[in-house]
Design a protein around this ligand. Structure first.
Ligand code: IDC
Length: 484
């Protein structure tokens, strides 16, 4: 989501190439330049608050291709520490920080870039790191602002004389007012203070069938009676959904996002592919749809994009290929939004087709600020699925964008024992979730009794099914979102 530049963001570019680079000209080296066998450009940006910060480092290889890299830099202030990093193996000795590439991002062709990041702590002052090196080669040069490119020799940057800016305390009490723009940090979802949070909420049923369940009264109940953080909008693509009326469904989704926004909830836009299971079948529709909704909501800080509900019968590499074509469409409009990628076998991390998350860990989607979806139906999916989630959660950012308390058909009795075990696990791991469904369909997974959506009352327990009553109790407990 686009923001006006905030005072808490600082950026610098450090560029260098052995014997070949004009200071500040970080992108000008032709790949064939023989004297550019080594060299690198580094962009560093930080988002700081009192005592903490998130640093992002983009490394551009200006030399020959490398297979495996080590980035070094130095903190100017002795109290600056890396506390948790991602997309590299991080270590710190005194003021010197080292980040080593992982298997999936070690290869950097000439001109290629990769981004890594970390959460840190500071006291006193929090200046930008210096002395960047890539595989031992100094990324020399002067500190320059990234935009616009300098036309005069860059000034030497004095150390900041004022205390680093802080993210101000929240001015409201809704989930979005407190947490603001989210970003993926390591395997977690972090709020504007860089702290891991869990979002808890509800999914619509198919809006082509149950659109009448989503109105002012029902959304008020979700925000203030259920105290939900999240509203997932399930837009089926087939089954009389988007494909029958792209403009109409885009409009309906946009309106529901506005309704969630007015109430301070996060909105998850679910491109609800199901049958056929190959997301490539809907690739062009996905690009058209996400181009439109990401343009419309680019300036909001509460929209999460879920690009494929439940791929099934396809390989992970096909899903990854789809994701790597759809994500850039979203990023072109809304560069900082979190995007969630469905996983193999109905978003089971592959388990329902005999695979597991290793195939993702070994071959992740080539994009930053993304998470992977996991779905379960508590009466059908139990210990072996929970074990896989626990294992995967140590390596991959996960979001349970859909689950039911019932069996995989969406019907039958709620399995409250299994549901409780599941939600306790998700709470412990701080994995966000949306429950299927906030609707009154006559099936066990629906939260409301049949007919509720033809009346005006959604708050309280009188209108709820067994599943609805259970979910309302789980969701309405205090969030205690961390703000420092
Ligand atoms: C189910 C609905 C049901 C509908 C069916 C077909 O509950 O009313 O008739 O879809 O569209 C999923 C899917 C989700 C399913 C749900 C339950 O994401 O669309 O909804 N489920 O079967 N994955 C696993 C289970």
């Amino acid at each position: 989501m686009k923001h006006p530049p905030r005072p808490s963001r600082r950026q610098l570019v450090v560029a260098g190439a052995v014997g070949a680079l004009t200071l500040g000209a970080s992108v000008a080296l032709p790949a064939a330049n023989a004297s550019a066998a080594t060299g690198c450009a580094v962009t560093y940006s930080a988002n700081s608050w009192q005592g903490g910060f998130t640093g992002t480092v983009t490394i551009k290889n200006l030399g020959d291709p490398v297979n495996g890299w080590t980035l070094g830099f130095t903190f100017p202030d002795a109290a600056q520490r890396v506390t948790q990093g991602w997309s590299a193996t991080w270590s710190q000795s005194g003021s010197d920080v080292t980040a080593r590439s992982l298997g999936w991002n070690g290869s950097l062709a000439t001109g290629a870039s990769t981004s890594i990041g970390f959460n840190g702590s500071w006291s006193g002052s929090n200046p930008s790191p210096t002395s960047f090196t890539l595989n031992g080669t100094t990324c020399t040069g002067s500190t320059t602002p990234t935009t616009p490119p300098p036309t005069t020799p860059p000034p030497t940057t004095p150390p900041p004389t004022t205390p680093p800016p802080t993210t101000p305390p929240p001015t409201g009490t809704t989930p979005v007012a407190i947490n603001g723009q989210l970003r993926v940090c390591g395997v977690n979802l972090c709020n504007q203070y860089g702290k891991p949070i869990q979002l808890r909420g509800m999914s619509t049923h198919g809006i082509q069938w149950f659109g009448h369940c989503y109105n002012d009264a029902s959304l008020d109940a979700l925000a203030t009676d259920w105290r939900a953080d999240l509203f997932r909008v399930a837009m089926y693509v087939q089954e009389d959904g988007y494909e029958t009326d792209p403009a109409g469904f885009t409009n309906r989704v946009n309106n529901l996002v506005e309704e969630a926004t007015e109430r301070g909830m996060y909105a998850m836009i679910d491109f609800h592919t199901l049958t056929p299971g190959d997301p490539m079948f809907n690739l062009e529709r996905a690009k058209t749809f996400f181009r439109a909704v990401s343009a419309r909501h680019a300036d909001k800080n509460n929209v999460i994009y879920e690009i494929a509900n439940e791929p099934n019968g396809v390989s992970w590499s096909t899903i990854k290929n789809y994701a790597e074509q759809v994500i850039p469409v979203i990023r072109a409009n809304d560069p900082d939004a979190v995007v969630i990628v469905g996983t193999r076998a109905w978003s089971s991390l592959g388990v329902s087709e005999g695979a597991n998350s290793t195939e993702i860990i070994n071959n992740p989607v080539n994009a930053s600020n993304i998470m992977y979806a996991f779905h379960f139906y508590a009466a059908s999916h139990k210990d072996n699925y929970r074990a896989e989630v626990e294992r995967a959660a140590a390596r991959l950012p996960l979001f349970v964008t859909e689950f039911g308390t019932v069996d995989y058909t969406g019907d039958g009795a709620a399995d409250l024992a299994s549901s409780t075990t599941w939600l306790d696990l998700l709470d412990r791991l701080k994995i966000g979730y949306a429950n299927w469904t906030y609707s009154d369909k006559a099936e066990g997974s629906a939260a409301f009794r049949p007919g509720t959506c033809y009346g005006g009352t959604y708050a309280g327990t009188g209108v709820l099914t067994q599943s609805g009553a259970f979910m309302r109790e789980r969701i309405r407990t205090p969030d205690n979102f961390p703000t420092s």
